[in-house]
Design a binder for this molecule. Structure first.
Ligand code: ADP
Ligand code: MG
Length: 728
């Protein structure tokens, strides 16, 4: 065994769970490190508090004088809690979060030390933005960026740093982050949904999108993870033979949580409580050493921030417990990958979930309205939705018989399918009183009951209705939810606007009653949306054929999928809703497609290194041992040695074949990379990486993994799958 592998294993076997202090009740810890609305209510002047509330609820601006007051209160609170630094915390387009820490400490002109933090520092900051990706925006405008406080997401203390959630915008106005378009999309869906909800209740003034994410991840012992160059540099294993035992026994999913992992989770949950992340669920996932963490759902912007934050926090807490947290969508071949289900719904300021059936026929008509409009939105923009979750890492997972396919469809269950079928037969034009009563009593009125036993859940569906929310299951575990949430809320906003226009038109021009008009428009939407509804097995080949016949997209790879990001239809959508302009849209496309190429480039280099510097030398060493053995046998047995050495000779040949296949595979891969690197156009370059570099990954890996089975375990240099996945 290589020294590194040996020591890593030895280290990992010695580890004990860290003790976690759980003396305080969860509820008493909750949000104690968050400068939230309650805390502001207590510490701010009336005027300042009102101004913050208006900013949160209506997005109005906070003036400088008030900002000074808020900053002062925030600083006092943070210092009292032991914070020494503050940072604007934002989500640049890299997908990770960024922060630049400044000390509160400052010196006055007289040289006295003071703790300083004013409204200026709160509201606006200039990080040195030149190294964040901006996809051409910066080149075009030589823009510099600034960050500005987003009052709808409260400041929090992590460690000894006060973190202030901010947007990140260029001086020319273009958004350089994930949060800005999300906030605009949420505003768009708010407006559009309020207008529609007011058909049913005039008291509705605000509609919030909610998001409940479920984060899957792997916990791998830190020493073992660090012993693998591929995990260190690419976040996943690029080779490694499947262990004799995988997940076939399903014993991990139902099993109890391993002790060290449990102590990590407790620590993580404590920290989440302090940060106001309402963690509720923890459990094992399907694969060995795979787990899930999920909070109670929240307003979407806050939930997105919480998810970005928890991904950071997990990493830090993981290190404390000597774990590497893998958020990659497919860290291990042949083992289930990780996703991040995005549960989504819309709810009103009057406390109604618009995607939950109510108690009266009218409230159920409201439910159906939002339900059908969401389906229609997904129908119209399925390709954009697919693009919103596209990444090099998620490509490994989608359609791999464990996650939804790359084909987007909507699952609603047998019962609701029947309801839609009935609604599709509603008379065109004004409904007779008899028909209306019948509908309200027997179709719309029956919805709550049928949903109670609507338990059939189709795990193969990328977008499923689950009783009172839709669940977007194709999102990758490492993704920032802002992207899919921006798309989903925008397309629903657009659809609701068009719905309202249609209904109003019927009321006006055809002199229809409101509910007649709604039934009429819903009927048409159901007819038009039919191709997106699918209840069957999303993994099957028949669905691939059937979906093609229905005109649905099936973009298997990121370069294919991302095209929809810059389609005219997309630009029209975002510009119409004022979510992003075409420059911002194109910038995002460029960043995403370049990121794809970069990831593949890194993986390709790492794989080449491991194959040539680790695998081949080990193969040669083992082959030499065999050769020595064979020549020894020859000395003893003379010309009859071939009888004794037959198997060894076969092995020597097999190893030679492996070495030569790996070596030529790496050479060909490097040549393909060189060729791809010369391509100027970023989309063509990404495609070249996808079509001509990536295929070598599988080929090289195949031969390396075969050698892993042949070569003496004692000298194999790389920590094996069984060690990575079954060490607890
Ligand atoms: P699972 O999908 O694992 O069966 P659940 O259906 O219980 O789990 O819920 C999953 C997630 O959905 C949780 O994070 C929960 O908070 C969230 N959720 C529940 N109701 C809503 C809602 N109305 N809007 C958004 N998310 C919701
Ligand atoms: Mg789920």
């Amino acid at each position: 065994m290589s020294t590194l592998r040996f020591h890593s294993l030895k280290e990992s076997l010695k580890r004990e769970p860290l003790p976690v202090d759980e003396t305080d009740k969860r509820s008493s810890l909750f949000a104690s490190n968050v400068f939230n609305i309650e805390r502001m209510r207590h510490t701010l002047t009336k005027d300042a508090f009102k101004s913050v509330l208006a900013a949160v609820e209506k997005g109005s601006k906070i003036d400088r004088g008030i900002a000074d007051q808020i900053a002062a209160a925030m600083k006092d609170w943070a210092l009292a809690k032991g914070a020494t630094h503050y940072t604007h915390w934002f989500q640049p387009l890299t997908g990770a979060t960024a922060e630049k820490h400044d000390a509160f400490f400052e010196r006055t002109a007289e040289g006295r030390a003071i703790e300083k933090f004013g409204g200026g520092q709160l509201v606006q900051q200039e990080p040195d933005a030149s190294s964040f990706p901006s996809g051409g925006i910066r080149n075009t405008f030589e823009a510099r960026g600034y960050t500005a406080w987003d009052p709808s997401s409260p400041a929090f203390i992590f460690g000894t740093t006060l973190c202030i959630p901010t947007v990140f915008v260029a001086y020319t106005g273009e958004a350089l982050d994930n949060k800005t378009p999300l906030l605009k999309a949420l505003q768009a869906v708010d407006q559009a949904a309020v207008a529609v909800a007011r058909y049913f209740d005039k008291n509705v003034k605000k509609v919030n999108a909610s998001l409940g994410w479920e984060q899957e991840y792997f916990l791998i012992d830190l020493s073992l993870a660090m012993s693998r160059p591929d995990i260190v540099l690419a976040g996943r294993t690029l080779l490694g033979h499947s262990p004799a035992k995988g997940q076939q026994l399903d014993d991990h999913y139902f099993g109890s949580i391993p002790r060290r992992a449990l102590s990590f989770m407790r620590d993580l949950e404590n920290e989440c409580m302090l940060l106001g992340i309402p963690i509720k669920t923890r459990h094992n996932e399907v694969a060995p050493n795979q787990f899930e963490v999920a909070p109670i759902y929240d307003e979407a912007n806050l939930a997105v921030d919480h998810n970005s934050l928890i991904m950071d926090v997990m990493d830090k807490i993981g290190e404390r417990h000597y774990f590497k947290v893998l958020l990659h969508e497919k860290p291990f071949a042949g083992v289930n990958g990780s996703g991040k289900h995005n549960n989504w719904s819309l709810s009103t300021n009057t406390g109604i979930n618009l995607l939950s059936p109510g108690k009266t026929p009218m409230s159920n008509l409201q439910f159906l309205t939002f339900f059908v409009n969401t389906i229609k939105a997904v129908h119209d923009y399925e390709e954009l939705l697919r693009a919103s979750i596209a990444s090099a890492s998620n490509d490994h997972r989608l359609g791999a018989n464990e996650a939804p396919p790359a084909i987007i469809s909507v699952f609603i269950g047998e019962q609701l399918t029947k309801v839609l079928e009935e609604l599709e037969t509603v008379t065109k034009g004004k409904l007779s009183p008899k028909e209306k009563t019948e509908l309200k009593l027997n179709v719309v009125g029956k919805i709550p009951e049928i949903l109670l036993d609507n338990t059939d859940r189709n795990r193969t569906s990328p977008f499923a209705f689950t009783g009172n929310k839709f669940e977007f299951r194709a999102v990758g575990s490492s993704a920032n939810c802002a992207n899919p949430m921006t798309v989903l809320n925008s397309i629903v906003a657009k659809q609701l606007i068009s719905f309202k226009t249609e209904v109003d038109k019927l009321i006006k021009s055809k002199d229809m009653k409101k509910d007649d008009a709604i039934f009429n428009v819903i009927r048409e939407l159901i007819k038009q949306s039919k191709p997106i509804l699918f209840e069957g097995n999303g993994y099957s080949d028949t669905w691939k054929k059937e979906s093609r016949r229905r005109g649905l997209s099936n973009n298997q790879t990121t370069p294919e999928a991302l095209k929809a990001r810059i389609a005219k239809k997309t630009i029209d959508l975002f510009e119409e809703l004022d979510v992003m302009n075409r420059i911002e849209i194109k910038a995002r496309y460029e960043i995403e497609i370049e990121e794809y190429t970069l990831r593949l480039q890194i993986e390709s280099r790492v794989l080449g290194d491991i194959a040539r510097n680790h695998v081949i030398p080990t193969a040669v060493r083992y082959q030499n041992i065999l050769i020595e053995n064979v020549s020894g046998l020859k000395t003893i047995f003379g010309s009859e040695y071939t009888l004794q050495a037959a198997e060894q000779i076969e092995l020597i040949k097999d190893i030679s074949a492996g070495i030569s296949a790996i070596n030529s595979g790496v050479t060909n891969m490097i040549n393909a990379r060189k060729k791809a690197n010369k391509i100027e156009a970023i989309d063509k370059k990404a495609k070249a990486y996808c079509d001509s570099v990536k295929p070598f990954f599988e080929e090289i890996r195949y031969h390396c993994d075969k050698l892993e089975l042949l070569i003496d375990d004692e000298i194999w240099p790389l920590t094996k799958y069984r060690e990575l996945l079954f060490t607890r």
